[in-house]
Design a protein around this ligand. Sequence first.
Ligand SMILES: [Zn+2]
Length: 413
Amino acid sequence: MNYNDELTQTNVLHWNYRGFTEFPLNELKGEESEVTDIYLKENLLTRLPSNIGVLEHLESLYVSGNDITELPREISKLRCLKCLDVSGNRLRRIPDEIGEARSLKFLILDENELTELPLRISELRRLRYLSVCDNKLRWLPQRPVYNYHHCEFRFWRNCNLKTLPYSLWYHMFRDQQTRCLNIGCLDAATSQNTNNRNNQCKLKLSQDSNEIEVKIECPPQHNVILESKYYSPPSLYEICRRQFYQMIITAVKKLNPQTYSFYSEHVTENLYNEHNNNNLVDLQENFHSINIDPRDDKYSDENGNKYKSVSVKEAVYRKATKPYYVPADVLREHFDFLPNVLISDLSSGPVSTCENLNCKKAIFDHVYYEFCFGEIILIDKIEDVLLSATFCSKYCADYWKRSKDALPWSLEN
Ligand SMILES: [Zn+2]
């Protein structure tokens, strides 16, 4: 077979099902830089060559259905590579250098033996499709893709994956991208470990006379899972945090109506302005009935250092040093008359917001869960169709449930 003839005609090499045991680079005879697409599916390759970088204009590489155990670090040299399909191999890990293959748009890693993804995968800013189904993933990086909104990603059937990074979890519900949800973190319960209720939801589901128990690892910040079937309100402390958080956000917006920014410099600038000063006084009035002495020397920061409380008036003239997107600095500077425990919780901001898009109230650690079938396609097993969404209140959970195919469930002890 004259490979060069195939090459000069199209720059696309069709080498599927040829029984190759080595990547046939030597067949290219000096034409390496001309090749744009290589199909090497269903051969007997065990590795890709370390001089693969000579394929400098390679845009697509299809090597699914081989026996490849490792990708060379030199994969980073394929600067034009847009599509890499290495599904159905025996890959145990992906080299960090994959992050340098900056043109990658489609990365297909299904059916391998991966236990983790390299952190640098998030450097692939052009990535539009990432699929890592049927692997042995144990965890996902906080930011598995650079841009959640432009990338479709799938992590189906990784049964060792017990948790999702909170950022991903949050994004999925926020953008209704639940069909991409990592189903693997929903694992059928195998033991009757009833003591461990920490951050874990144990569900009993029934469908078509099948009954199944499912464990769900919730984000660690969600300490209290409430079932909307019963009327069990969040604790007063949780409600208190939500209320104060709302007041603080309102205050920050009032102080800085142009940008609605939380940057403390802006807030301080506005406070210097006499016309805006009244807002702060109004706010102090709101808190007046709490009757906490701001000079109480019990106040200390999280390191146990006592800090000197200052009056709101004094605080106005303090120069803020750190800008935060959570209102931590605003709190420390201007709301130091609040109880310290509240300041500390509010400073880190809420862990999530209500999934009812008309509500979006802050949620700290009490949350109502609901489960539904969502828009999942390719359903294999009942465990695979479980989705969840989180709400601030029974009202919001019920509201959402009306428009969704919600799954009947009960919380097991
Ligand atoms: Zn709500």
